[in-house]
Design a binder for this molecule. Structure first.
Ligand SMILES: [Zn+2]
Length: 329
């Protein structure tokens, strides 16, 4: 564990810590990486590092004082957290306008006023333009922190005004070790570390949320069921599932991870599967299909997920996806 008590991403902590103690802080940072990898945690630690009144060493937040605890909870008077109403939603311009108002007054009790924009790839065009204006006009006491999956999703004019920190997924063993430090039982930690693909925060959310795991089990069972169903039955299922777009989105991601595992097995890779608790059924399916078939199914799923974000007819999209699948008894 590094001095900021962030799990992994030592290089990023070292660099940001350096900026804090050398007084070379940029006024905007963009932290990228897959959700649950640690972007938000790193941003909050930076916020604590600049505003903690009782640091335990230069540039190292104590994490015990009132300010640190409030920042950790996202509830500090000099911190504003901005995000779309729900994950996968849209961040609208009104929220970014609140930031301009927030920044117009000096900090209340700390050196910096910090705005943390979560998942900024969800900002619509108006919101992105409003942020650009904010970036250009931010006062010297303003520190803007953005998280996103990758920089390419944002306006180049925004990206060029930020220092970019690219967080990478952690090794499997590191995620496993992290879960054990959080009190997750060893066997469960092993499965979750595989499912999380190097995203410790996501793994922890899974550990704390039985519903998400139950949802996963249900949708993977559905997938197996679909493979044994007629086209007519599949379309009936598609009609129901397409009613809620967020559920559909989450389902397609789960299915994609399952099919990617089949692809690994079809290609003869010996590496560990993401859905390790489903190794047996995945190997069985892989043995019945050609590599080309599995490739096609996987790429259709990838396309479907991409199109889903572009407001196409969800039911039609799902029907097309399921039509591709072979009938396996
Ligand atoms: Zn503190």
């Amino acid at each position: 564990m590094n001095s900021w008590n962030v799990f992994g991403h030592d290089w990023a902590v070292e660099m940001l810590h350096g900026h804090v103690i050398q007084g070379s802080l940029r006024h905007a940072y963009l932290i990228t990486g897959p959700g649950g990898v640690g972007r938000r945690t790193l941003a909050l630690r930076l916020a604590q590092a600049v505003n903690c009144p009782t640091p335990s060493a230069p540039g190292v937040p104590c994490r015990l004082c009132r300010v640190c605890k409030q920042i950790e909870a996202g509830q500090n008077i000099d911190l504003m957290v901005i995000q779309a109403e729900s994950e996968g939603g849209t961040l609208k311009v009104d929220r970014v306008r609140e930031v301009q108002k927030f920044l117009s007054l000096k900090p209340y009790q700390s050196p910096f006023k910090i705005i943390l924009f979560l998942r900024f790839q969800e900002a619509n065009a108006n919101a992105a333009n409003a942020l650009l204006k904010t970036l250009e006009e931010a006062p010297s006491y303003g520190l803007l922190l953005l998280t996103a999956e990758n920089a390419e999703q944002l306006l180049p004019t925004i990206v060029s005004r930020c220092e970019i920190m690219r967080l990478r997924p952690l090794p499997l063993e590191a995620t496993h070790a992290f879960l054990e430090t959080q009190g997750v039982a060893p066997e469960k930690a092993r499965l979750l570390a595989h499912l999380a693909n190097g995203r410790p925060g996501y793994a922890l959310r899974l550990a704390e949320d039985e519903k998400t795991l139950a949802f996963r089990a249900e949708k993977l069972d559905d997938l197996r069921q679909m493979l044994a169903s007629s086209l007519c039955e599949r379309f009936g299922y598609a009609e129901k599932l397409a009613k809620d777009k967020e559920t559909l989105r989450r389902t397609l991601f789960l299915w994609l991870s399952w099919w990617r595992d089949v692809l690994l097995r079809s290609a003869g890779a010996a590496s560990a599967l993401t859905n390790m608790d489903r190794t047996e059924e995945i190997s069985l399916v892989a043995a019945q299909l050609t590599l080309a078939t599995v490739r096609k199914i996987t790429s259709t799923l990838e396309n479907s997920i991409e199109k889903l974000d572009k407001n196409v007819n969800a039911r039609l999209l799902l029907e097309v996806t399921l039509m591709d699948w072979p009938l396996l008894k």
